[in-house]
Design a protein around this ligand. Structure first.
Ligand code: ADP
Length: 224
């Protein structure tokens, strides 16, 4: 826990600095009256807003990450209707999907899993959000759930037809703050914390997560 905190502080200070530097730079130029035209002010105002939103997202993720560790045992004992929870995440994401022109297809069951509904919601949200975010217009995300009765397990797969993850970095995407390539990610925002949160949540539920991916074809996550 101590090592985790020390590492986190180093990463956080570095990663929060970048958007903050942009925000203060744009704000300084605005305050100095460098932008006179209305459209310039609107443009740089938007940039400040976007960077601030990124900061906020990062801070929320960091808070969530540290909460996972402190989750009391009784909060992990809910009987969570995973299918229903996923359905509500998918509905919540509808405007984002329309914007990205990506369709989500669900095949869900009524099985319940033992754990924390807020954490499992966060897990589903991050995986589905990535499937939409790292996709192309006209792309698809397939969310499938079934019960592996022999193993007493519920299996969840999230597959997308998106841009894929290069083989040599597939292990690394679960690391905190790791993003495959800043340039391909620039437009999509994000903090590089989503999949580390997902992995943490899965482990906290004594589950496993695996990933298979082909560049330009798509990515599949399997959670048991
Ligand atoms: P974020 O999305 O905030 O960058 P994540 O931890 O969720 O952070 O993901 C880490 C990186 O893994 C992303 O930056 C992205 O490059 C890659 N990635 C994650 N999910 C997918 C996916 N479904 N398809 C392609 N690349 C992905």
């Amino acid at each position: 826990s101590e090592r985790f905190k020390a590492e986190l502080i180093t990463n956080v200070s570095h990663d929060l600095k970048t958007p903050l530097t942009s925000i203060s730079g744009f704000a300084e130029l605005m305050a100095a009256g460098m932008y006179q035209k209305k459209e310039d002010i609107a443009h740089f105002g938007q940039l400040i807003r976007k960077e601030a939103a990124r900061l906020l997202e990062m801070i929320n993720s960091i808070i969530f990450l540290s909460r996972i560790e402190e989750m009391p045992a009784e909060a992990m004992q809910e009987a969570v209707p995973l299918g229903g929870l996923i359905q509500s995440v998918v509905e919540f994401m509808d405007p984002f999907c329309k914007d990205k022109q990506v369709t989500i297809h669900c095949q869900l069951t009524e099985d319940k899993v033992r754990g924390s509904s807020s954490m499992l919601r966060e897990m589903a949200m991050n995986l589905i959000d990535n499937g939409v975010k790292y996709n192309r217009p006209g792309g698809h995300v397939y969310v499938t759930m079934w019960r592996d009765a022999g193993q007493h397990q519920v299996v969840l797969t999230v597959r997308d037809t998106g841009i894929g993850i290069p083989e040599d970095v597939q292990e690394r995407v679960f690391e905190r703050f790791y993003r495959v390539d800043e340039s391909r990610n620039k437009k999509s925002g994000g903090s590089g914390l989503g999949l580390s949160i997902v992995k943490h949540i899965v482990e906290q539920h004594k589950g496993t997560i695996t990933l298979t991916s082909r560049l330009n074809e798509g990515t599949t996550f399997v959670i048991r």
